[in-house]
Design a protein around this ligand. Structure first.
Ligand code: SF4
Ligand code: SF4
Length: 426
């Protein structure tokens, strides 16, 4: 980073700001049947799609508001591939640096004949790679292929994705495998735990073991499929005690498949903490250990004060496809800010307070940026905190070093095994 860029970041932190993030849900149309998601094609509600000119107005405003990261999410964004390409190109030309989008993979599935597959994949790869998209996620929601395809409702998905990944690589884009954590993660093994009492000690011990195995299996699987980036989406449900939250993002669900008891959440984050480091030298893993640690502590101890609450509604915002309105996130649906292009950032209360859900899109970067703001604004407080929370500091510092070795997960660059060698545990 140049000196000028570093100084501008310090200036931002001194104003209690971090680089902005805007998630635009461009549509809630979807063609998949995922049981964990309110947008599955069998769910009955009036479907919506944002108008492309409206999105362009939001992009212009986002640039003005200092947004550096923008996600175009769904539903299934690739149902509207031409519009998607147009909005990514527009955002790139407007100066948005970190553009993300993704797919449930339906355009990548194997299909009827090799010719049909080759023609379709070529077209998709060319279109996506031609845009300035930086990160392109492909969702995979179970380490067990049959379970994943049954959940999605598509055949030939995993085989098609495994064939498509090297074609993306050849064209210069390194997709990320995205796992939305759910109870079917480990196929029949974790599915068999569904009916057990979620608070029972014996269940929780088993739950930890089986989910840890499933995370292991998932990382090994996506590495074998040729992925070089992977991300974990923490369960898209409102935790117990968060009843004043009102979901607007229909990817969230009240169904048991993504609803975990407090004890189960604690085991999930512990299992991830015990798994992620093992694979950090083999694949670029977005999931920061300092964030996992914070979430684990939060579920371990009510009195634990999350040092760095979420920046949702402060620096990060969510635009909903149903009404085109802006919300602090996908969960605080009773706090509309109105249309994004009318959002006056001067009126935003910049005191971070919320830790009511585990949405990684907002929680992870809030934890990573938190110490920077504190270091610039209240350095003594940061020093005091760090002397009491040595473990957090060590994980955070290691996360920063890891992120640097991963080129900040630049999906336009290949993985550097050499740079990641120092994270090898063996
Ligand atoms: S999780 Fe994604 S692919 Fe599945 S139904 Fe929801 S929006 Fe569609
Ligand atoms: S923690 Fe963040 S994402 Fe979750 S409800 Fe609060 S502001 Fe929203």
């Amino acid at each position: 980073m140049s000196l000028q860029a570093e100084l501008s970041k310090v200036f931002l932190f001194s104003q209690n700001k971090i680089p902005g993030q805007l998630i635009i849900q461009i549509t809630d149309h979807c063609n998949a049947t995922c049981p964990q998601c309110g947008m599955r094609k069998t769910a009955e509600f009036r479907r919506s799609k944002l108008d492309i000119d409206q999105i362009k107005r939001y992009i212009d405003k986002a640039v003005e508001n200092g947004v550096e990261a923008m996600s175009f999410t769904g539903g299934e964004p690739m149902l509207f591939l031409n519009d998607l390409v147009e909005m990514i190109n527009y955002a790139g030309a407007a100066g948005i640096k970190y553009i993300r989008t993704g797919t449930n993979g339906y355009l990548l599935r194997k299909g009827k004949s090799k010719d049909e597959f080759d023609t379709r994949i070529k077209r998709v790869v060319e279109k996506i790679v031609s845009t300035p998209v930086r990160n392109f996620w492909i969702s995979i929601d179970s380490a067990c292929f049959d379970t994943h395809e049954r959940m999605r409702g598509f055949d030939g998905l995993i085989e098609g994705i495994a064939m498509a990944v090297p074609l993306f690589h050849e064209a210069g884009l390194y997709p990320s495998a995205n796992l939305g954590i759910n109870r079917n993660l480990g196929g029949a093994v974790t599915e068999s735990l569904w009916s057990e009492d979620p608070d029972d000690e014996e269940h929780l011990d088993k739950f930890y073991i089986e989910f840890k195995d499933a995370f292991d299996q998932f990382y090994r699987t996506v590495i074998d499929m040729g992925f070089s980036i992977v991300n974990m989406c923490y369960p898209m449900s409102v935790p117990e005690g968060g009843t004043d939250l009102q979901s607007v993002y229909t990817a969230t669900s009240i169904d048991k498949i993504v609803n975990f008891s407090r004890g189960e959440r604690l085991k999930l984050f512990t299992a991830l903490i015990d798994t992620v480091p093992k694979y950090r030298s083999q694949i670029r893993i977005f999931t920061p250990m300092s964030s996992l640690y914070t979430l684990k502590k939060q579920y371990e101890d009510d009195a634990y004060e999350a040092g760095y609450p979420c920046r949702g509604g402060i620096d990060f915002f969510f635009v909903d496809s149903q009404d085109g309105q802006t919300y602090p996130c996908g969960f605080r649906g009773n706090e509309s800010f109105g249309e994004y292009d009318k959002l006056d950032m001067e009126t935003i209360d910049r005191n971070a307070f919320c830790t009511k859900c585990d949405w990684e899109c907002f929680r992870d970067p809030s934890v990573l940026f938190g110490p920077f703001i504190e270091g610039v604004r209240q350095p003594l407080q940061l020093l005091r905190k760090f002397s009491n929370r040595r473990e957090f500091l060590d994980l955070w510092r290691k996360d920063l070093a890891y992120y640097e070795s991963c080129d900040l997960f630049d999906g336009r660059k290949p993985i550097s095994y050499n740079a990641l060698r120092k994270f090898n545990l063996s």
